[in-house]
Each structure stands twice: as C-alpha cells, then as structure tokens.
Design a binder for this molecule. Structure first.
Ligand SMILES: Cc1cc2nc3c(=O)[nH]c(=O)nc-3n(C[C@H](O)[C@H](O)[C@H](O)COP(=O)(O)OP(=O)(O)OC[C@H]3O[C@@H](n4cnc5c(N)ncnc54)[C@H](O)[C@@H]3O)c2cc1C
Length: 380
C-alpha cells in the first residue's frame, strides 16, 4: 500500500477514481452520504453516448478498467436505432451499424451502473463508508459530490411495459423547453421523461404533455406501475479543478455536457484522469484541458445555437443530423472546430450556470444553491 486517499461521493466519477487508485496500490476510502449508491436515481435508463469520439465507448470503459472480461456486472445495451420527432410529430428513424449509445441503468440494484461500480470497487479493496456526509476534506482528496445547481432538470417516470425495445426523442419546446423529451424501453422496463433547460417551475405540465405525446405516437405504449422521478444537472466552467490538494471530478467540477446533459462520460473520464494525475504525478488540470475541456467548450457553443432554434428550427437540425452518417455529424457537433472557437466568447458570455456564487466551490458552501441542494437531500 502506498498512501491513503479519501474520496467524497460514490457516484460514477468517485468510484472510477477509487477503482483506478486502489488497483495502483493506494488505500482508498470513499464516503457516501446516502445509505446506498445511486440514491438519486431510480432504476431509470440513461444513455452512454457513443458519438463524441472515434473510440467506441465500450473500449473506453475497458481502458478505464471498469468493463472487462472479469467485470461486466452492469448492463451496457447497444442501441443502433433511434426515432426522432419534431414538434409536429414528423418522424425520422435513424439506424447505424455503430451503436448510437449504450443503455445503462442507474440506481442501487444489481445490473445498474452505480451498483456494478460499487461491487467492483469493494472487490478491488476500496473501503466505502455509507451514511457519512463529508463537508471538509482536511488532508485533501477527491471531491465527487455531483451537481450543486440545476442548469437542466428531468422530470419523468420509470415503469413496466409490454412494448418492444425503443429509443425515441422529441424536440418540442412545449414538452421540454430548450431540451428534449425521451422514451427508452428495454426488456419490459421503460423510462419516459422531459429534459428541460428552462421554465422549471412548470415541470409537471411539461411532463404531462410529454406522456400524452408519446402515447399519441406509440398507441401500443402501455405504462404499468409508473414511479415518478426527477433530477438535475449542473454544467459550469472556470472554477479551479484542483485546489488545496483537492481534485474536483464529475459534476462537482461542473464537468457536464452543456448541450444535452450527457454527463456520464465526463464523470467517468474525469474520475479516471484524477486517478492518473495522482498515480503518475501529472497535472490534473492539464489532463482535463486536453481531454474534456475542449469538448465542454464546444457543448456551450452548441447549447447557444440549439437554444436559438426553437420549434421552427428543430426540423432543420433533425434533417441535417439524420441525412447521411448521423454519428459522424453528431461527432462534429460535439467536438471543437474553428467556427466554435470563434463563437465561444459570445456563447460563454451568454451561458449562465445557476452556480453564480463563486464561494460555491467549497464543499461546505452555504450559498442559496448549495442550501437548496441540502434541503432537497433532507427532504428525500
Ligand atoms: C434524470 C437524469 C438523467 C440523466 N441522463 C443522462 C444520460 O442519459 N446520459 C448521460 O451521460 N448523463 C445523464 N445524466 C447525467 C449523469 O447522471 C451525471 O452527469 C452523472 O451521474 C454525474 O456523476 P457524478 O459522479 O459526478 O455525480 P453523482 O452521480 O451525482 O454522484 C455523486 C455522489 O456523491 C454523493 N454525495 C454528495 N454530497 C456528498 C457529501 N457531502 N458527502 C458524501 N457523499 C456525497 C451523492 O449521494 C452521490 O452518490 C442524467 C442526469 C439526470 C439527473
């Protein structure tokens, strides 16, 4: 054993860091404030997007040491077909030999990503202390506490169904303002939600319209035993990611996809990079600048443009994305380019994370958003 590392938060970012560190011989303790992993999720499906890099995301998970011959203990179901609708419910079916995404499930049951990573961490020798909230890391370590403000929210249901496997999305500001509504079904389980980037106070109205819209599109959609869920995502830039011997990873560092909230890859990649920085005495900020920040900046520009499209513009985007090689086009949208570099100053000036209080970067922050998050946690 080399030395002890403390990690706060047993989400994907914290657990990927823990697994990599313990495998390198470190003594690792993870503190999790809840009684279990994946507490803020409810068995809902999420997509591990497979378009932002040439390397398949499964190969990336293998490289991170969290999906291999020994450990395939969480579901990673490839989806090669996606159906997209505009606000007039015009339909576009897109298919690809390379999966658009891999479906994962979030929560605390076997087969879920969070549960699988926890099992891997425990087997590798990580100590996980549950029911232990940590607000200060005196000796430094890794802060992986997830989002602290809601820049986007999702309101939805998980349910059972007899409908066949499906992945569908609707771009319509009347259902999910500046975001998208989605329906994911796999082996009799479904997740249906509205992911919105503004007007959060009317989330119920948007959610109800989303349910109606999907029922209209898919008359065979039977929703049995629905359970409501809600969640939020936090994307910000410009805060220190390494400060006072503390490495900030995942959404605690604001590392999120500003365009559509596909934050899982950001979380796991940053956890992996923080571990590499510690193991190999590398500059964590430098690693992020090469591996994640350019893409996050691109996502802020894409958000700036996407938010301006509205219901009139979405069909244009759908047309562009679905004609030809969709994955290649999405890759271009997700990666830096000359035009995005030009637009970035304007887009970043116009993008305002709700995390406005600079003091927020401390884990024991008492600003309005952190207090709000604590209240939400207490209410659960
Ligand atoms: C409804 C919803 C749908 C989403 N869908 C997708 C999707 O399809 N694809 C995608 O890529 N991303 C998606 N995301 C985003 C993705 O879930 C997040 O980006 C990812 O979970 C962030 O991981 P994390 O490890 O940074 O944080 P988290 O997963 O939030 O983990 C943080 C952990 O830290 C714990 N914690 C917090 N504070 C403390 C403390 N003080 N002491 C101890 N423990 C603490 C929490 O309990 C939690 O377990 C979605 C998010 C939501 C809410």
């Amino acid at each position: 054993m080399i030395e002890g590392i403390e990690i706060v938060g047993a989400g994907p970012a914290g657990l990927v860091a823990a697994i990599n560190l313990v495998q390198a011989g470190y003594r690792v303790t993870v503190y999790e404030e809840k009684l279990e992993v994946g507490h803020r999720f409810h068995g809902d499906f999420q997509s591990l997007e497979n378009w932002s890099s040439s390397e398949d995301v499964i190969a990336i998970l293998e490289r991170f040491g969290i999906y291999n011959k020994i450990f395939r203990n969480y579901m990673c179901q490839p989806f090669n077909k996606l159906t997209v609708f505009d606000a007039n419910l015009n339909k576009r079916v897109i298919q690809s030999t390379r999966p658009f995404f891999y479906l994962v499930q979030r929560g605390n049951r076997p087969g879920c990503l969070d549960y699988g990573l926890m099992e891997q961490a425990l087997k590798a020798g990580v100590e996980i202390v549950f029911n232990k909230r940590v607000d200060k890391l005196e000796k430094g370590g890794i802060v992986a506490i997830g989002p602290r403000a809601a820049d986007a929210i999702a309101k939805g249901i998980v349910f059972n169904t007899t409908m066949e496997d499906t992945a569908a999305a609707i771009l319509d500001d009347r259902l999910a303002p500046k975001g998208y509504a989605y329906l994911l079904i796999h082996k009799g389980e479904g997740t249906l939600a509205a992911c919105m980037f503004k007007d959060f106070k009317r989330e119920r109205e948007y959610f109800e319209r989303t349910v109606e819209a999907f029922k209209k599109i898919f008359p065979s959609l039977d929703i049995m035993d629905p359970k409501e869920f809600g969640g939020y995502g936090n994307c910000f830039m410009g805060m220190p990611v390494f400060e006072n011997d503390k490495y900030y990873v995942g959404e605690a560092a604001g590392l999120q996809d500003g365009l559509w909230g596909f934050g899982l890859r950001y979380a796991m990649t940053s956890g992996y990079l923080a571990a590499r920085a510690i193991i190999e005495s590398k500059d964590y900020e430098g690693l992020l600048k090469v591996n994640l920040i350019p893409m996050q900046r691109a996502s802020i520009v894409s958000r700036f443009l996407f938010a301006r499209l509205g219901n009139e513009g979405y069909p244009y985007l759908i047309n562009r994305l679905t004609r030809g090689d969709t994955i290649e086009k999405l890759k271009r949208y997700y990666n830096p380019s000359f035009s995005k570099t030009i637009l970035y100053p304007l887009a970043s000036w116009s993008y305002k994370s709700r995390l406005v209080d600079k003091g927020c970067h401390e884990e024991d922050c008492t600003c309005v958003w952190c207090k709000c998050r604590k209240e939400v946690n207490h209410a659960r």
